[in-house]
Design a protein around this ligand. Structure first.
Ligand code: PLP
Length: 375
């Protein structure tokens, strides 16, 4: 094994990998992103609206003028200043930026990963929480949500008393269920938590509820946001706000140039044109109302209330409904099989009015086809 490099026989690479790579990493499955070419893509909570032509040209000019031979501003001072205003970060609170909020979740896990440390979350929720916990060597404790996907504060507090998590994550609104947890329940959890609590407000543009303004009340709370769901998923820019004492520790682990030059310049420009993204978020909220009304008229499915830009629904034979939709060139997210509470569940992202109509038609047809196949 150890002399593979010198041996005359060609080394078996898999043996080599096995002897080098951490066993727990080898046991993981990588995050799978399905091929969506030629499909109406309603699987990933993306904003379906392109930017206006004029803004695209402005971005072209910015890219042309960017100094790609230089390293980016490691502290992204200008961008932080504008984000602080745009996100209404309270005075006295700091801001740390990441290459998407996924990177910030990883920073949090890394700084909390003392031997035996625990990350707590609810289930079902964002799959990156347990995934990042495992990679960073934390034990993940998932507390079941109530049957209606509401937050069970007593169960969370009992699990906190038992497992003493260093860090706990709550998506507000939650993904993949779409609901906004009860703010009083969440507050009770933050007040009684053993460690750091992160409220992940990735879907804030569609919810208009937030703990940001309340940061000064809680010494152990950080609030995370992202520009991804607002319409800039491709740019990769996430942020976390909170007390400087916490963020200073995260900043030690952050790689110095995690936000590239183009991301910084384009994000700055887009914040000056925030009116466009806000109008698109409004269109998505309107689209959500119409889509959920349309879905509620379809017999045989159960839809869940959403404060996000997607709708969770239960359809008997979800697996086959998903495949039937795919044959109609519509890609949504299949959740059935990922968690017992999500049996027969599918999740559709709100699209443009045309895409929503296409989805509604295809869903009816797919349900009929699957039902007919059953009879
Ligand atoms: C989509 C999503 C994110 C991801 O964000 P990026 O900023 O694109 O990395 C974070 N949290 C939740 C709950 C999400 O659904």
């Amino acid at each position: 094994m150890m002399n593979m490099v010198e041996s005359s026989a060609a080394p078996d690479v898999q043996d080599w990998v096995t002897s080098v790579v951490r066993e727990d990493i080898r046991a993981l499955a990588s995050y799978h992103v399905p091929d969506s070419s030629g499909m109406i893509k309603l699987d990933a909570m993306e904003n379906p609206y392109p930017l206006p032509e004029a803004v695209r040209r402005e971005i072209g000019d910015i890219a042309a003028g960017a100094e790609l031979n230089r390293y980016p501003d490691a502290d992204a001072r200008e961008l932080k200043g504008l984000l602080r205003q745009a996100m209404a970060v309270p005075p006295g609170m700091d801001l740390l930026l990441g290459n998407g909020s996924d990177e910030i979740i990883q920073l949090l896990a890394q700084v909390c990963a003392r031997p035996g440390a625990v990350m707590l979350g609810v289930e079902p929720s964002f799959v990156m929480f347990p995934m990042i916990a495992k990679v960073c060597g934390l034990r993940f404790v998932g507390v079941p949500l109530a049957p209606d996907f509401g937050l069970d504060a007593d169960a969370v507090l009992a699990a906190m008393a038992q497992h003493r998590p260093a860090v706990s994550f709550f998506a507000y609104p939650n993904n993949p269920t779409g609901n906004l947890f009860d703010a009083d329940a969440l507050e009770r959890i933050v007040r009684n938590a053993s460690g750091l609590v992160i409220i992940d407000e990735a879907y804030h543009p569609f919810a208009r509820a937030s703990f940001m303004a309340r940061l000064p009340e809680f010494p152990n709370l950080l609030v995370m946001r992202t520009l991804s769901k607002l319409g800039l998923a491709g740019l990769r820019l996430g942020l976390i706000a909170g007390r400087p004492e916490w963020l200073a520790e995260l900043d030690k682990v952050r790689l110095p140039y995690n936000l590239n030059v183009l991301t910084q310049r384009v994000a700055l420009h887009m914040l000056s044109r925030a009116d466009i993204l806000d109008a698109q978020a409004q269109a998505i909220r309107d689209g959500r109302t119409l889509l959920s009304a349309g879905m509620s008229r379809i017999a045989g499915i159960q839809i869940y209330p959403s404060d996000a830009n997607f709708i969770l629904f239960r359809a008997p034979g979800a697996e086959r409904v998903f495949e039937a939709l795919k044959r109609r060139r519509i890609l949504i997210k299949k959740l059935t099989g990922s968690h017992p509470a999500l049996r027969d569940c599918l999740r559709v992202t709100v699209g443009t009015p045309e895409q929503n109509e296409a989805f509604l038609g295809a869903l009816s047809a797919s349900l009929q086809e699957v039902g007919a196949g059953h009879a």
